[in-house]
Design a protein around this ligand. Structure first.
Ligand SMILES: [Zn+2]
Length: 341
C-alpha cells in the first residue's frame, strides 16, 4: 500500500475525520449575496419624509462597489444559483449575487445604468400588492406619519408612550424607528388597521404628492426590466412579517405573489426574500411552506456567507450594504471569505 493511500485510510478512519471534514467544507467556495434597498442621491435628512435607513448607497458609492465586484469577483444572477441547486450546474469561482428588496423605482433610474455598465444581473424582490399601487410601503408610511404629524399624537402600541416624542427631525426619526419595530411584532391585520386608522385621523398632514419620493416600480417598468435582463423574485404580497401569519394567509402571501409575478412576466419565478428577513421573520413553517409553494431559494436579511456544497437554500444569508459604511468596510465585508480561507 502506497504512503498516500495509507494516509487516506488512516485519516478516513481516525478521530481526525470530523475536524478534517469541517476544514474541507470551509475550504469550499463561498457564495456571497449582497442585499440593497435603495440607490439614490442622499437627501436632506431634516426635510426628507421617508426612511433614510432604506438608502443603501448613493449612485457614486454604488458605482465604486459594482466596479469592485466586477474586478474581484464573478457576478452571477440568482437564477444561476437556482440552476446550481436544481440541475447541479457549476458556478464560477468567487461568485457574488446582487439583490434589492422592495423594488423602488431608483433601482431602475439610478442602479440600473451602473449594473448594465458592469454587466451585473441583479434580482429585485417585489411585494406584489405594492407594484404600481402608488402607495408607500407600510413601514415607509410609518416614517412619513412620524415626520409629519404633531408631536405626541400617536400611541406606541402596548405602551403609554405618545409619539413622535418631539418636534425635531432627530426625535421624529427615532420615534419612527420605535414604531416600526413595535408594528413588525403585531399581527399583520391589526398592524394594517392601526395604520389605516392613523392615515384617516391625520389625513390633513398627509400630502400624497410626496409619495413620489418612495415610489415602487410599476408593472410596465418591471416587464421592461425583465426583458432587459433584470431578474425578479417574490417579497410576498403585502410585505407581511411571514412568521406572524396563520398558515392559510402565509400560503396565500407566498403562492399568490409567485403566481402574480409569473403571470406578469410570463416565465417561472423561483426565488423569495422574506420581508424584514431577520430570524424572527421566517420560522421553520415559513421555510416549509415556501418550499411547498414552489420556491427553490429563500433569502434572509442576515449578514453572512453561504457555502457552496452545503447551501441552506431556504436560509440564504446576505450581507446588507449601508450608505454610512465606509468603502473600506464594503471591501472588508466582501473579503471575509478570504480571511477565513
Ligand atoms: Zn422589504
Amino acid at each position: 500500500m502506497g504512503i498516500r493511500s495509507r494516509t487516506v485510510e488512516v485519516l478516513s478512519t481516525s478521530p481526525l475525520r470530523a475536524p478534517l471534514r469541517w476544514v474541507h467544507d470551509r475550504l469550499r467556495d463561498p457564495l456571497l449575496i449582497l442585499a440593497y434597498h435603495r440607490v439614490m442621491p442622499i437627501p436632506d435628512s431634516d426635510s426628507y419624509p421617508f426612511d433614510l435607513e432604506l438608502i443603501s448607497a448613493s449612485p457614486e458609492q454604488f458605482e465604486v462597489q459594482m466596479a469592485y465586484l466586477r474586478e474581484h469577483f464573478n457576478p452571477i444572477s440568482l437564477s444561476e444559483v437556482v440552476r446550481h441547486v436544481v440541475d447541479g450546474i457549476t458556478l464560477p469561482p468567487r461568485p457574488v449575487v446582487v439583490t434589492f428588496d422592495d423594488g423602488y423605482d431608483d433601482n431602475l433610474h439610478f442602479a440600473g445604468p451602473i449594473l448594465k455598465k458592469q454587466g451585473i444581473v441583479p434580482t429585485i424582490f417585489l411585494s406584489t400588492d405594492y407594484v404600481g399601487a402608488n402607495q408607500p410601503y407600510w413601514f415607509e408610511m410609518v416614517v412619513y406619519l412620524m415626520m409629519r404629524v404633531p408631536p405626541q399624537s400617536i400611541l406606541l402600541p402596548g405602551t403609554q408612550t405618545l409619539l413622535p416624542a418631539g418636534a425635531s427631525p432627530a426625535e421624529r426619526r427615532a420615534s419612527a424607528g420605535a414604531l416600526q419595530e413595535a408594528l413588525k411584532r403585531l399581527p399583520q391585520k391589526a398592524m394594517m388597521e392601526l395604520l389605516s386608522g392613523w392615515r384617516e385621523e391625520f389625513a390633513a398632514y398627509i400630502e400624497p404628492s410626496e409619495f413620489r419620493l418612495s415610489r415602487v416600480l410599476d408593472w410596465d417598468q418591471v416587464r421592461a426590466m425583465d426583458a432587459d435582463g433584470f431578474e425578479f423574485g417574490s417579497h410576498s404580497k403585502s410585505h407581511a412579517v411571514l412568521a406572524n401569519l396563520d398558515e392559510a394567509t402565509l400560503r396565500e402571501e407566498l403562492h399568490d405573489s409567485r403566481m402574480c409575478l409569473e403571470k406578469e412576466l410570463g416565465h417561472p419565478v423561483k426565488t423569495l426574500a422574506y420581508p424584514v428577513g431577520k430570524s424572527f421573520a421566517f420560522s421553520d413553517t415559513v421555510q416549509r411552506v415556501a418550499r411547498d409553494c414552489g420556491y427553490v431559494i429563500g433569502t434572509a436579511y442576515i449578514s453572512g456567507v453561504n457555502w457552496l456544497g452545503q447551501l441552506r437554500t431556504f436560509d440564504m444569508r446576505r450581507h446588507n450594504v449601508e450608505r454610512y459604511h465606509p468603502t473600506r468596510r464594503f471591501y472588508a465585508m466582501t473579503a471575509v471569505p478570504n480571511w477565513v480561507l
